[in-house]
Design a protein. Structure first.
Length: 588
């Protein structure tokens, strides 16, 4: 991480604070402020992601590491932490405002500092992680507890107050320190971190974390009861603030931040599917968030993610959203790309026929949207991975991934050549697997959720002997989705399996028919019959696209499309034997 310079800064009450500097000495300064029970070490995974651009300043809070350890509980009041922050700014950046990234109690201390006059001249931006203003939390909890006639808000306020139970426990003399010592000896803290998905090698605590935790535990009795009972009503902030809201944080519930817009002039909010310790679990996202905000404040156009995070900015439903659609050169894929674009999405359209993908992208652009065309063979796992890497590098991780590419096939199993059977499975099922693998990992790792749509078919639950390969591939997509949905849910990534019925696309025209010897002449006759049937049905791909967009909005797990798809879905579950009997019907 480069050379680190240590110095000591004296705070207003004489407490000495250990300060550590590294990174680009000519870059803008970013100050990283930790919470309890951490030290400056908690930022070790974030620092390398900022060091090339920023001059980084970290410090150990009072009671931690090489900083002084006051014995008086009053020395751990939030205004003392704010004094420490002010003294450090005066020492390390006397002439230029700094950017701040702070976590937990460190973030609460920065909020305290920002209530002071002149803070705007000293702080250029503030990214707050799991540490709201004590005043703002108080106002949220107390004001809503006074309004029991609003049961939803009252219940939320009560749940948040109860979530602070551990603060009351830590505030009890002798008992609090004893609980903390026992917790570290028993490995309770490590197990808690591991439940948040933080593996042992990613846990960033100093060698003296247990002693530091006990020493700095005084922050709880110094602030808990006071913050619950009293608060300012004029804590307004004119510094640009970015909230990283950890949706699975057991200590601060996400709805507590809903009122922050009343107190902050310029506010961005990113909801993260993570627990409390995001400096360890999601360092990449924290660093990226700082980069994007600073870029914007320095005059660069806001990134898509930052635009989406801006509170109060009007947008269409899928505005500032990136959507990837495979098989987007025609049919359902094309109409789906157009439908998302109409609702404000930027669209990545791909197809094995590059010319058709470019045509779809051109249509979107002609209507005022933004689209990017690529050639993609979804059955080629390596090609899909290269595609995902290129898309994410050039445009970012898609928020919605629609795996639509597929082919039709008709024929009995024993009449279908092995290569053709494998081709159908490789495109219809293998293509979905390849795209889910390449984009699913990226969606999970970025931490802010997303949605995957896999196009199956009514044939997935309607067995037909003359559609063995096709129905099997679509049934595999259906079950694959059910399994993967459960896995992705904990990361906030939704998954919808869409099962269209009879839809008038060009799929019949491009479908291969494998017939037994002596019946080859029937193939084109049967194709013409099916094309007339599909055309007479008058159910176009635009209706499937509308259903897909709606299913993403509503996070539907399964979405049959067309009346017959719903009917057969019900029959397959209520009358499975009847459905098996229909499979005996011959087509060729």
């Amino acid at each position: 991480m480069g050379d680190v310079t240590e110095r000591f800064v004296d705070s207003a009450d004489g407490v000495r604070i250990a300060v550590y500097e590294q990174g680009n000495p000519d870059g803008p300064t970013v100050v990283l402020v930790h919470g309890w029970p951490d030290s400056h070490v908690v930022w070790d995974a974030v620092v390398p992601l900022l060091a090339d651009r920023f001059r980084i300043v970290r410090y150990d809070n009072r009671g931690v590491g090489r900083s002084s350890v006051p014995k008086n509980v009053g020395a751990y009041r939030m205004y003392c932490y704010a004094d420490d922050f002010a003294a450090i700014l005066a020492e390390v950046s006397p002439g230029e405002p700094v950017h701040v990234l702070a976590h937990d109690w460190g973030s609460t201390a920065v909020w305290e500092y920002l209530s002071r006059s002149g803070a705007r001249e000293r702080v250029a931006s503030f990214t707050s992680v799991s540490g709201p203003s004590a005043d703002h939390v108080n106002r949220y909890v107390i004001d809503n507890l006074k309004r029991p006639y609003h049961p939803r808000q009252f219940g939320r306020a009560l749940r948040q107050l109860l979530a602070f139970w551990y603060m009351a426990l830590f505030s009890i003399p002798v008992v609090g320190p004893a609980v903390v010592r026992r917790g570290f000896r028993a490995g309770t803290v490590a197990r808690r971190l591991q439940r948040e998905g933080i593996t042992a090698e990613r846990i960033l605590h100093s060698d003296n974390v247990a002693a530091d935790a006990v020493n700095s535990l005084r922050v709880y009795p110094a602030n808990y009861f006071r913050s619950v009972t009293t608060a300012r009503t004029d804590h307004y902030v004119d510094v640009p603030v970015q909230l990283i809201v950890n949706l699975a944080d057991p200590h601060v519930r996400p709805y507590v931040y809903d009122d922050t817009k009343k107190w902050v002039a310029r506010l961005w909010r990113r909801d993260l599917h993570a627990g409390h310790w995001t400096p360890m679990s999601h360092p990449q996202l924290l660093a990226q968030s700082v980069h994007e905000l600073v870029d914007h404040l320095e005059g660069r156009p806001a990134s898509r993610g930052l635009r989406r995070a801006e509170v109060g900015r009007p947008r269409e439903y899928f505005g500032d959203t990136l959507v990837s659609v495979t098989g987007a050169g025609s049919g359902i894929g094309r109409e789906t790309a157009l439908a998302f674009a109409r609702e404000g999405a930027e669209v990545v359209v791909s197809d094995i026929d590059e010319a058709s993908a470019k045509d779809t992208a051109a249509t979107i652009a002609a209507r005022g949207g933004v689209a990017h065309a690529y050639r993609l063979d979804v059955a080629d796992a390596d090609a899909v991975e290269r595609f995902a890497e290129q898309v994410c590098a050039e445009h970012g991780v898609p928020d919605v991934v629609v795996n639509n590419a597929g082919v039709g096939h008709s024929g009995l199993f024993l009449d279908t050549p092995r290569d053709e059977y494998e081709r159908v499975l490789g495109i219809n099922f293998g293509g979905v697997v390849n795209c889910c693998r390449s984009f699913g990992r990226r969606l999970v790792d970025r931490g802010i959720g997303g949605h995957i749509v896999n196009i199956s078919s009514m044939a997935a639950y309607a067995p037909q002997q003359a559609m063995n390969a096709y129905a099997t591939s679509k049934a595999a997509v259906f079950m694959f989705g059910d399994c993967l949905r459960a896995e992705l849910d904990q990361a906030g990534v939704g998954l919808t399996t869409v099962c269209p019925g009879v839809v008038n696309t060009n799929i019949v025209h491009t479908t291969r028919f494998d017939a037994p010897a002596g019946k080859q002449a029937n193939v084109e006759v049967r194709r013409a019959q099916l094309e007339r049937l599909f055309a007479a049905r008058r159910y176009g791909p635009e209706k499937v696209a509308k259903a897909i967009v709606s299913a993403v909005k509503k996070t539907k797990p399964i979405r049959p499309v067309a009346p017959e798809a719903y009917f057969v879905y019900g029959a397959a579950h209520l009358l499975p034997q009847a459905m098996r009997s229909t499979a005996r019907a011959r087509v060729l």
